[in-house]
Design a protein around this ligand. Structure first.
Ligand SMILES: [Zn+2]
Length: 183
């Protein structure tokens, strides 16, 4: 599974008072991987404590996830502009020594677009880089929510840990390729 970028410590997101959280991880049971979900309402500190505790136990894919708000990727993964210096030849008389002019061009760079092409997506709720998968490739069994099966069936790509899809507006906002495949 993709790494958490070092500059995105979970603590920095604990600013909104009304944010709701859950802590989730995977356990193997009878040969299959199951998702365990522990929901918290506003109690970020409690959620963080459980997150750190479960992580210390060495469980897999331990995630502190925001249930009701999406977060952007860390700065180094956000789009930026660079100014590039270009040297252009000026048309001169035939046989004359070539002349050059320097021009500057602003170029848009999108680290997430590059990662999207490699199958890696920013999950704005898990706040992690994830390899999104097709509905029938989700490697973990997710527990029903209020008695309703949540395993996806529709086309699209999904976060394997929280099942958010590329149709979600926060996913689309931070993953340039989601815009195109879910159009
Ligand atoms: Zn997710």
């Amino acid at each position: 599974m993709a790494r958490r970028p070092r500059s995105a410590p979970v603590e920095t997101y604990a600013t909104g008072a009304r944010l709701k959280w859950d802590v989730r991880w995977v356990v193997k049971h009878k040969g299959r991987w199951h998702i365990i979900v522990k929901p918290f309402d506003g109690e970020f500190q409690q959620a963080l404590q459980l997150y750190l505790k479960v992580k210390a136990l060495g469980r897999h894919n331990v995630t502190l996830r925001c249930r009701n708000s999406g977060f952007p990727p860390p700065k180094e993964l956000q789009p930026y502009w660079v100014r590039k210096k270009l040297k252009e030849e000026i048309q001169t008389r035939r046989g004359a020594k070539p002349k050059y002019r320097v021009r500057y061009k602003d170029i848009y760079r999108s680290p997430m677009r590059k990662l999207n092409r490699e199958g890696v997506w920013w999950c704005p709720y898990c706040m992690e880089l994830r390899e999104f998968v097709k509905s029938y490739e989700v490697p973990f069994l997710h527990p029903p929510v209020n008695g309703i099966n949540v395993m996806p069936t529709e086309d699209g790509l999904y976060c394997p840990m929280c099942l958010v899809s590329t149709r979600d507006h926060n996913v689309r906002k931070h993953n340039p390729l989601a815009e195109r495949i879910s159009a």
